[in-house]
Write a protein that binds this ligand. Structure first.
Ligand code: DAH
Length: 378
């Protein structure tokens, strides 16, 4: 800023000459008009209205003028600044409107377009069913135990008191795995290694691995030499339960089974036991549960036939019994001190009657039209 000067004449101060002011104004107007977007306009705004802009500097010169000259110079600069600010505001509004219109077009979403989102996957109903059953026991303090699917014949059969000539060992039921040397195998079944035919070998493994008392639940895949058809599959799933402790009786087995079916099918559910034979339990039983559809009402009631249980009132679930003392002995547990109960059943069967699945092949074919109605449980 120039120093105050009595003879200071605005016409002689370069920055305050009318044509200079006009030029500054016109330059500002031209810069605003040329700004094609809000960022450029912002730069022009700083350059032409900011503290270091020519008009702001000219304005400061006014302070140094003698009083009689201040008014005219002030009017001149004020008018120019007013015009500049107005032009700036107008251009700002125009550019904002342009931007808004562009955003509306660019970010428009066509809700009628077909979507290309990959649907979220979900676990197979067999898996969720198995976990649901296992959870019932985990909540009672049981541990989940696992064993290998390629299993030693000893665990699959011998430890469980299957005699050497038991029919289950035959080739027509059991997949024998070829020995590493390739010599013994498929037609003699002498490799000593099988694909486990049930989850019961995990009982023997658990007893050998842990010290009694043992409470385990074992879900897993098992194999048998069946052809795939509506009611058979060579690979299926079982869940096995084993409890070994002091003083366990068949009443504990029955109570545990009732608790399981009540947790899974409703509070009014119950089970019944029918005598049976398994080498690894003594006594052994077949366990049935009340038909969860008719609750037994269809029995002797031709007006209310039930397809699920063929009007028998009960559905066969699996096998169970008190652990044979020979199994305890084979696994290093003293049968004088400990007793135990066990049961095992097929998950596919349970899924079939719980959800009216009529063909087992639907469970293995992987068609989402089968799995989708089970929901997106993960
Ligand atoms: N492992 C038997 C099967 O596959 C089922 C079974 C029966 C399991 C009795 C048990 C049991 O634990 O006690 O047919």
């Amino acid at each position: 800023m120039s120093a105050p000067n009595k003879s200071y004449d605005p016409v002689e101060v370069e920055a305050l000459k009318p044509e200079e002011i006009e030029r500054m104004r016109d330059e500002a107007l031209a810069a605003f008009a040329a700004a094609g977007d809000l960022d450029t306009l912002q730069e022009a705004k700083v350059a032409h209205t900011g503290g270091a802009s020519p008009l702001a500097l000219a304005n400061r010169e006014i302070g140094a003028l003698p009083p009689h000259a201040k008014a005219a110079a002030g009017k001149l600069v004020g008018q120019a600044r007013g015009a500049v600010n107005k032009a700036l505001a107008t251009r700002q509004t125009e550019l904002e409107a342009e931007r808004d219109a562009r955003v509306l077009v660019e970010e428009a979403v066509d809700v009628t377009l077909p979507h290309d989102r990959v649907p979220a996957g979900a676990r197979h109903p067999l898996t969720t069913m198995m976990e649901r059953v296992a959870d019932v026991f985990v909540s009672m303090g049981y541990e989940v135990a696992e064993g290998p699917e390629v299993e030693a014949e000893w665990f699959n059969f011998d430890a469980l008191n299957f005699g050497p000539d038991h029919p289950a060992r035959q080739m027509q039921d059991t997949f024998f795995v070829q020995g590493a040397d390739g010599t013994k195998d498929s037609d003699g079944g002498e490799s000593g290694v099988v694909l486990r035919t049930h989850t019961s070998p995990v009982q023997a493994r658990a007893l050998l691995d842990r010290k009694a008392p043992v409470y385990i639940v074992c879900p897993g895949r098992v194999y048998r030499t069946d052809e795939l058809d509506a009611t058979h599959t060579p690979v299926f799933h079982q869940i096995e339960l084993l409890a070994v402790d002091e003083g366990l009786t068949m009443a504990d087995l029955k109570g545990t089974l009732d608790h399981m079916v009540q947790s899974l099918f409703g509070a009014d559910m119950k089970t019944r036991l029918r005598p049976n034979f398994f080498p690894f339990t003594e006594p052994s039983a077949e366990m049935d549960m009340l038909c969860y559809v008719c609750r037994g009402d269809s029995v002797g009631n031709p007006d209310r036939p039930c397809r699920t249980c063929s009007s028998e009132g009960w559905i066969e679930l699996g096998g169970c019994g008190m652990v044979n003392p020979r199994v305890l002995t084979a696994c290093g547990v003293d049968p004088e001190k400990y007793s135990g109960f066990a049961f095992g059943f097929g998950i596919e069967r349970m899924l079939m009657f719980r959800h009216n699945v009529e063909d087992m092949r639907d469970m293995v074919e992987g068609d989402v039209r089968f799995t989708r109605p089970f929901g997106m449980e993960i």
